[in-house]
Design a protein around this ligand. Structure first.
Ligand code: GUN
Length: 295
């Protein structure tokens, strides 16, 4: 029987695990606070941000909702970030990407105080992660590690193929999986659009992580029996005249071969959101010097 890994259930466990830490902070008069900044009228971005806000409120994290006109000059965004950096009541800052074309994502990431960078995207946090001393693990890779742990998948010595080399998922996940650390010690192959013989790489892997943004690229013919399949993709496609969400994995054919697989929706997505809460609590604990148990 293929194990369908329930990301909603694991995310709920992560949120439950945060409640003691939030109580500890509360007893010291600290309410973890996340500021979200949305400078877009893309409906998907609006939905993601409102879900993140709702998640915060459900666990006792204060959510500050800042919306900027997508046509506003770049300075308005940078001044907003500077104000949030300087605000002692704000522990975490998330600027929803992408920002409008007249502003570079990279400049925005660099403007955020690394101590409040709960996405883990700032070069200082990327450097710490690569050096094996992360403060904030980026939310999606962190969520993937938690899913592997919850599904009792041993990464030590495993051959893991990551399909996708983005700064948000592929690269940080590869770095985490090769660390000499819990959920690490794997042998990682990072595949991308120029990879030759992709199926050869995925077929010899014990774990395949698809994070490439191509609907249903990985099908059952590309994996071996017993493979663990983690699908990070979220793609909106038209099917039978209706808009529907699919991953980067063809779930039906991959499920026939996989020993365990994440669905879309209900797999990695809820974990990304849960790990954002985790990072916000981590940020509050560090800034306020209140130790909390986040094991
Ligand atoms: N846009 C899509 N995913 C993300 C994310 O994880 N963080 C931010 N800040 N923007 C995103």
């Amino acid at each position: 029987m293929t194990h369908i890994i329930d990301g909603n259930a694991v995310a709920s466990d992560v949120r439950d695990g945060l409640s003691t830490a939030i109580e500890t902070l509360d007893a010291e008069g600290v309410t973890p606070t996340l500021a979200t900044v949305l400078m877009s009228d893309d409906p998907a971005s609006e939905t993601y941000v409102s879900m993140k806000q709702r998640d915060c409120e459900e666990v006792g994290i204060e959510a500050l909702d800042i919306e900027l006109d997508p046509e506003a000059p770049a300075d308005e965004l940078f001044e907003t970030v500077e104000d949030l950096n300087a605000d002692p009541n704000v522990n975490g800052i998330l600027v929803q990407m992408p920002v409008p074309d007249h502003i570079a994502d990279r400049d925005v990431i660099r403007a955020i105080d690394p101590a409040k960078d709960v996405d883990g995207f700032h070069p200082e946090n990327v450097g710490r992660l690569v050096a094996g001393d992360p403060v904030f693990k980026p939310c999606t890779p962190h969520g993937v590690l938690e899913l592997l742990d919850a599904a009792d998948v041993e990464t030590e010595g495993a051959d893991i193929a990551i399909v996708g080399r983005s700064n948000i998922v592929g690269k940080p996940l590869a770095n985490l999986l090769v660390q000499k650390a819990d959920y690490g010690n794997a042998t990682v192959t990072v595949c991308h659009s120029r990879t030759e013989n992709l199926a050869e790489k995925t077929r010899r892997a014990d774990v395949v992580v698809a994070a490439v943004g191509v609907p249903e690229l990985i099908d059952g013919s590309m994996i071996s029996d017993g493979t663990v399949v983690i699908d990070v993709g979220v793609n909106r496609v038209e099917r039978d005249g209706e808009s529907t969400l699919v991953g980067d994995v063809d779930f039906e054919s991959a499920k026939e071969k996989a020993s365990a697989i994440t669905p879309v929706p209900g797999g990695v997505g809820p974990m990304t959101r849960a790990m954002l809460l985790y990072n916000t609590v981590t940020a509050a604990s560090r800034q306020e010097d209140v130790p909390v148990d986040l094991s």
